[in-house]
Design a protein around this ligand. Structure first.
Ligand code: PRT
Ligand code: MG
Length: 213
């Protein structure tokens, strides 16, 4: 039987993914939340799950170490998507990629003035493309987390980050000043695996598509 490996991350994506896997007839043998195993067997002998960092999912699938994966569009845009099919928007882990600035910073005015802005972000590709499209000159400062801190201590004028409830911005006296795009998670497939293992992969794709509606 054809072996299938699916790359997932713990955290918010996994919670929303478990029902979709179930709809595809796939259930993990151990609870990924509790288990420290990185390779989980499932009720289907030929299907296994691997647990990786959210931002590493596209890399495992690109190189064929996993056949399928689930990754946020934010992560896919930063990765570039080479070697991947993105056949399905799963509509889970939804949020918005936003520009945010301190409550007392007049972003629109700074943009109109043609000011050069310092932007701190984990999402350098997305930010670069956004500001280039707007014709705004920016210096991008790459961070790996806690972006909200950067404007508070003078590292940056503004940030580019994901926002869902808005509570993190509010708690740090920041406001969203511009929406870049909606973000949700996508099913991704290794392009070569889809050709070579289509009879095993296609039913999983169909089940996911049916569960998403
Ligand atoms: O932590 P790790 O390095 O393992 O990876 P990760 O942080 O990317 O994983 P995880 O599970 O936190 O996020 C996985 C995916 O969830 C992301 O790639 C997004 O596609 C999606 N997602 C949805 C979010 C959010 N909503 C979100 N709100 N990812 C992060 N956030 C953060 C945001 O960066 C900010 O710090 O939550 C904070 C804001 O939340 P609110 O509710 O206060 O607005
Ligand atoms: Mg996280």
């Amino acid at each position: 039987m054809t072996e299938i490996t699916i790359a997932l991350s713990k955290g918010r994506i996994f919670e929303d993914t478990a029902p979709l896997l179930k709809a595809a007839g796939i259930e993990a043998q151990d609870d990924p939340g509790a288990s420290r195993k990185l390779i989980l067997s499932t009720n289907r002998g030929n299907v296994r799950l691997i647990i990786v960092r959210a931002s590493d999912v596209p890399t495992y699938v690109q190189y064929g170490a996993a056949d399928l994966g689930i990754a946020g569009k934010d992560v896919l845009l930063e990765h570039g998507g080479s070697g991947l099919y993105q056949p399905l928007d799963l509509n889970i882990a939804r949020c918005r990629m936003m520009v945010a600035a301190p409550e007392n910073f007049d972003y629109e005015f700074a943009v109109r003035q043609g000011a050069r802005l310092r932007i701190a972000t984990k999402y350098v590709q997305i930010a670069r493309e956004h500001f280039a499209r707007k014709g705004v000159h920016v210096d991008l400062i790459k961070l790996y987390g806690s972006m909200e801190l950067a404007p508070l201590v003078g590292l940056a004028d503004a940030i580019v980050d994901l926002v869902s409830s808005g509570n993190t911005l509010k708690a740090n006296h920041l406001k969203a000043v511009e929406e870049i795009r909606l973000i949700s998670s996508r099913l991704i497939v290794n392009q070569a695996a889809l050709k070579l293992k289509r009879s095993a992969i296609q039913p999983i794709l169909d089940a996911f598509a049916g569960a998403v509606g």
